[in-house]
Design a protein around this ligand. Structure first.
Ligand SMILES: [Zn+2]
Length: 247
């Protein structure tokens, strides 16, 4: 008899296996990122087919095998259908999932990661904040949660809290006046952009998506985050290239 476990999570990605099966990558609260196989799911009579999709959030009842999990049942709490039926939202949501899959591993305690992903998919679903701003907030916060965030409260070189208006990607954040001369590629950051960055870094998940900023600030922060991620995130995400081609 194989052991049965119930894990709560969100499906980050799916793939086809053989003629009838589907492979699910699931971020679970209890065990981090896991892979589970939904057997026979692509047969027309199988009830699991609509539940074995990206963004599906719920309770996953799984058989635990020696090397992999097999899906027995999925009790769905949220499908995020709104993301599936809107091309732009689908691309952003896929990117958030792909990025989360990059940062997480099996065995992680993932309650925070799961919470961040949930509030971000939910913000996309509701559409109260523009998607490019949701993307900025998610990128800044996910790097922060994983300990690779942009330093916005103190100089990344010396710790001085009296900051200048210069960002340097290689140094890791906003520099103080004394360290500005050490910047390799200094970029000016406006007061509003810095304030936004500090707000995101300091905010709890529940209040991440309750503000708006001008398009100019979105553009400025996007540029800063791109330059930062080029250095500190060692992966090119497929879904981000699709988003960039949309805009
Ligand atoms: Zn400094």
């Amino acid at each position: 008899m194989r052991d049965e476990v119930v894990l709560s999570g969100i499906v980050l990605a799916t793939g086809l296996v053989g003629e009838y099966d589907r492979r699910l990558v699931i971020l679970t609260k209890e065990r981090g990122k896991i892979t589970a196989f939904a057997k026979g799911v692509r047969k027309t009579t199988n009830q699991l087919i609509s539940k074995s999709q990206i963004f599906v959030m719920g309770e996953f009842t799984l058989y635990e095998g020696r090397n992999a999990y097999t899906v027995k049942r999925i009790d769905v709490k949220e499908y995020f259908h709104e993301l599936t039926f809107d091309m732009d939202k689908y691309c952003y949501g896929s990117y958030f999932c792909e990025m989360m899959a990059y940062f997480t591993h099996e065995g992680d305690r993932a309650a925070d990661y799961l919470n961040l992903l949930f509030v971000s998919l939910n913000a996309l679903k509701k559409g109260l904040v523009p998607a490019p701003l949701i993307r900025i907030i998610y990128e800044v916060k996910i790097m922060d949660v994983f300990g690779q965030g942009i330093q916005s409260f103190g100089c990344p070189v010396c710790g001085n809290e009296k900051l200048s208006d210069i960002f340097d990607a290689k140094s890791g954040g906003i520099l103080c006046e004394d360290c500005v001369k050490k910047a390799i590629h200094p970029i000016h950051i406006s007061g509003q952009a810095l304030y936004t960055l500090q707000y995101i870094n300091g905010a709890n998940f529940g209040s991440l998506y309750n503000f708006k900023v001008s398009d100019a600030v979105i553009e400025e922060l996007s540029d800063i985050i791109r330059k930062f991620m080029d250095i500190y995130v060692d992966k090119k995400f497929n879904s981000v290239q699709i988003i960039n081609s949309l805009s």
